[in-house]
Design a protein around this ligand. Structure first.
Ligand code: GUN
Ligand code: ZN
Length: 452
């Protein structure tokens, strides 16, 4: 068992033993590179949980007989049980500007994003949006996310407090932004550094929370601010980093003007020591082979944000090339540039992006990317992302028959992988039957299962 001092699973506040029966799918490796052994599929499976952690996952026929007689068994046969989804890039402060019409990145930031983020100077607003946002994540089966707050420390406190109350494994950070932004959102290199360090001390490692140093993107930070962001990472081992890179053609040109010494956009972050394990860069569309090589050798991860990249007209992420070159990749919704909280809907659009790139996205790889792949991208795979014994029991129960059409189409599927593909192409929040956090039900859908 993976346990440590001060661990929430030690507090004894969880149901004694729970067993959940259904079609189990999880990964202990990457199905692309680690072969069939990395995929664990149990058509009639049982997930056994004690003190909020996984005890075993396997065939019901083998595990049922060994259960303690006190065990509560929840029957979800006909549904999939998977590790909770991991969203590797999202902005809670952009919840209320999702689907804002008609602009590309830089104009969209000025017109919609910065005014929306200004409201988070008010702690009451930040607290209200935090609760709504976390409800929405759970409703979509997402149990862990890498979250941008805003430049305001109070907005970061509000988010962490809301996540802590629900015992969620979340990473978040105050945005660093000391130039090329409105005055009302600007910090300074020094104030951003001090405030981030204070937030790290207050929140990092508390319960299931991690701090992520969060320079918004190279154009809105001076070189001094980027240098201090790198210093924060060195001074606080285990803290994550999140930023944006190479999303939009105009943005890439702007970075070339602002940092004439850099070989590429990514090279700016490299100069300040930000490429490392536990660093997640959203978008990564306009990169070259040398950039991808650098990400692979440093362990920095990419967040593929398909709905956002299509909505903002940013471009087509090259998943095939990233995976070929050995880069760690997760999937991000990037709400509010992205148009869905649902990682199922995001997989749907990810598949279409790969098709436009001349490849495809097999369902096993898709579900790997939103579970263990995302956990690896965030450096959290010792805790979450699979059903290995000792891991935290965050999981989602998915209903493949959550609409009449889905039920009809699912009935015609010829095997497990086709049923999974249907879930990835037709699924959304309606497909989420329930979401569990550390073995406790945190969301249950009011909808019925359709049987035709
Ligand atoms: N680049 C810098 N800031 C942002 C943001 O808020 N959203 C997206 N999609 N890209 C960014
Ligand atoms: Zn973003």
């Amino acid at each position: 068992m993976i346990q440590s001092a001060g661990d929430p699973a030690q507090s004894g506040s969880y149901p004694p033993t729970l067993a959940v029966r259904g079609e189990i799918l999880h990964f202990t490796g990457d199905p692309l590179t680690d072969g069939a052994d990395a995929t664990h599929h149990h058509e009639d499976g049982l997930l056994v949980i004690r003190n909020g952690r996984v005890v075993a996952a396997g065939d019901a026929s083998k595990l049922l007989s060994g259960l303690d007689p006190q065990t509560k068994i929840v029957d979800h046969r006909g549904k999939f049980i998977m590790p909770g989804f991991v969203d590797t890039h999202i902005h809670y402060s952009q919840t209320d500007i999702i689907a804002s019409y008609g602009q590309q990145l830089l104009d969209w930031l000025d017109r919609f994003t910065f005014p929306a983020e200004r409201k988070f100077e008010d702690p009451a607003h930040a607290a209200e949006v935090s609760e709504y946002f976390l409800d929405e994540l759970l409703k979509n089966g997402t149990t862990t996310a890498a979250v941008f707050t805003t430049v305001h420390p109070v907005a970061t406190d509000a988010f962490f407090a809301a996540a802590e109350k629900r015992n969620l494994r979340m990473a978040a950070g105050k945005v660093l932004m000391d130039r090329n932004c409105p005055d009302f959102l600007r910090d300074t290199a020094e104030s951003g550094y001090e405030q981030s360090a204070e937030l790290v001390r207050r929140w990092h490692g508390r319960g299931r929370l991690s701090y992520a140093v969060t320079p918004r993107f190279a154009p809105t930070s001076t070189e001094r601010q980027l240098e201090l962001a790198g210093r924060l990472l060195d001074e606080h081992p285990g803290v994550l980093l999140q930023s944006h890179v190479a999303e939009n053609a105009g943005e890439v040109e702007w970075v070339a003007e602002l940092f004439p010494w850099a070989r590429s956009y990514l090279d700016v972050y490299d100069r300040y020591g930000m490429l490392r394990k536990g660093a997640v860069f959203a978008h990564c569309i306009h990169l070259d082979d040398a950039d991808r090589r650098r990400m692979a050798e440093t362990g920095a991860a990419m967040s593929f944000c398909a709905t956002s990249n299509l909505f903002l007209g940013s471009g087509l992420f090259d998943l095939h090339q990233a995976r070929e070159q050995g880069v760690t990749v997760g999937i991000g919704t990037d709400v509010g540039g992205g148009t869905a909280f649902s990682l199922l809907r995001t997989l749907n659009e990810s598949y279409k992006v790969t098709q436009l790139r001349g490849h495809s996205l097999p369902p096993l790889q898709g579900f790997y990317l939103v579970t263990l792949g995302g956990a690896r991208a965030m450096g959290l795979d010792a805790h979450i992302g699979s059903f290995e014994p000792g891991k935290e029991a965050d999981f989602v129960v998915l209903d493949p028959s959550s609409s009449p059409l889905r039920a009809r189409r699912n009935r015609l599927a010829s095997g497990f992988e086709e049923r999974l593909f249907l879930l990835m192409m037709l699924g959304d929040d309606r497909a989420v039957h329930s979401t569990y956090v550390m073995g406790e039900c945190a969301y249950e859908s009011p909808r019925a299962t359709y049987s035709l």
